[in-house]
Write a protein that binds this ligand. Sequence first.
Ligand code: OAD
Length: 253
Amino acid sequence: MNDSCCYVRELHRGLAIKDGMEETKVVVLTGAGISAESGVRTFRDGDGLWEEHRIEDVATPQAWMADPVLVWRFYQARRRQLFDVKPNPAHEALANFAQKHSQFTLITQNVDDLHERAGNDATIHMHGRLRTLRCEQSERSEPRMDERDLGDEFLMCKCCATPQRLRPDIVWFGETPMRMDEIYSAVENCDLFIVVGSSGHVYPAAGLVNVANTAGAKTMLVNLEAPANADSFDEIHLGKAGEILPEVLGLLL
Ligand code: OAD
C-alpha cells in the first residue's frame, strides 16, 4: 500500500482475515466514487449540482409530476452516457474477487452498469438501474437499451394491455431503496464490510456500516476523502479506488 496517498487507521477489532479467508463472508457497498475514474460524475461535486441540475429538480417524485419532460431527458442523457464510459480497475478488481471468493455480495448505490460490464452479474442495485425502465402502472421493470429507446420522447411499456408510460427505473429521494431485506440479511451476516467511493450522506446506505459493526464485522473504507460517516469504520484507505482497491482485494485473496 502506498502510504503517501492513504492512511490506515488500524483495527480495534482485528479479524484474522487472511487465515480463514475462504470462510469469510465479504460484503462490498459501492457509491459514485468507484465510477468517477470511468468518467461518470459523482453527485456531490463542489457545486452541488448534478450535471447542472439541482437534485430536487430531477431526482424526486415531485419533479417527475411537475416536469416529466425535464426529468425524462435528464435520465435519457444519463442512459446514453453509458456508451461513453467503461469499467475501471476498481470494477475489474471486484469482478476478479467475486470469481475467486464465493462468499461475496456486491451492493451498489450506482445506477450505471459498470459492475455488470466488468463481470459482476449478481450486483444488487439498491437505487435502481439506468438500463431498465419501469412501467408507471404495473411497476414492472424492463430492459430498454436499443437505439430507439434512447431518444428524448417518452416510451411506453410492453407489459400492459394498453401500453402505459415508462419512468426511469431509479429510486428518487423520498422513495424506498430496492431489495433492502436481502441487503440487511447480507450485511447482518458478514465478517468483512467494505465501502468504496461513497460520501456517507444518503441513508439507509450510509447506515449499513453501523449494521455491520453491530453484527461484529470488520469494516473498511476506500474513498478519496474522509466521508460523513468516517468514524464508523475500523480501517480507512484514502485515495483513488482504481489505485487502492485492486491492492486491498489482492491482499485479502
Ligand atoms: P457522492 O457523490 O455523494 O460521493 C462520492 C464519494 O466518492 C465522495 O466522498 C468522493 O470523495 C469519493 N470519490 C470521488 N472520486 C473517487 C475515486 N476516484 N475513488 C474513490 N472515491 C472517490 O456519491 P454516493 O455516496 O454514491 O442516489 O451518493 C449516494 C447517493 O446519492 C447516490 O446513489 C444517489 C445520490 O442521491 C440516487 O440516485 C438515488
